[in-house]
Design a protein around this ligand. Sequence first.
Ligand code: 13P
Length: 248
Amino acid sequence: MKKLVVGNWKLHGSRAFNAELIQGLLAADLAATAPRADVAVCPPFVYLGEVVSALSGSAIGVGSQDVSAQAQGAFTGEVAAPMVRELGARYAIVGHSERRSYHGETDQVVADKAKAALAAGLIPIVCVGETLAERESGSTEAVVGRQLKAVIDLLGAQLVDIVVAYEPVWAIGTGKTASPEQAQAVHAFLRAQLVSAQAAAAGVPLLYGGSVKPDNAAQLFAQADINGGLIGGAALKAADFVAIARAA
Ligand code: 13P
């Protein structure tokens, strides 16, 4: 399976910062130097159109960091999936742990967002992951299994069109990466759950996210069920993000 490396810029950027970062990414000619990876970046909503324009003609795709579960209506402050698609984005991250914890997004809301993204022609990148307390109490599989099940139950046959990202909350922005073996074990569990729901979901890319850096990316990406990465902090430095894409 071709690897997928996605940069989640989170709440970072400005026109000047984005221009410099994109210049660094374009200069790396990833289509030629990282031919085994599809690459995308997810800037804040307000920059989506500009970033799509700046990357047009390159091999780098664009995604949003979230999307509304609603297609339109009286939902002040929301951004709908058809709007994101219209601006030229290909992906939408849904259910990031920061959305789940700071914005109270439930498993059902996340599933609804994944469905809304698919309906608009976007590829949802559905994030799942356990907290440190959940891992230490031995409930990692129960937690990620429950998070994924909501999506499986709602999407039915469309399950084959999503991407899943395993992001252990304790590894995000902490510098603590899951070991390749820890990550692989959860990825294998997620793969089995997908396949038992839909045999064709064996082809769903499973990304790992959480303190992926140039020096640990290759080992993570070498695991059987790790098909790429969702990169936070290191996606804000062109040289680091390029190195990670090349590690794929
Ligand atoms: P870091 O790579 O900064 O740990 O962030 C991971 C993440 O949350 C990507 O969505």
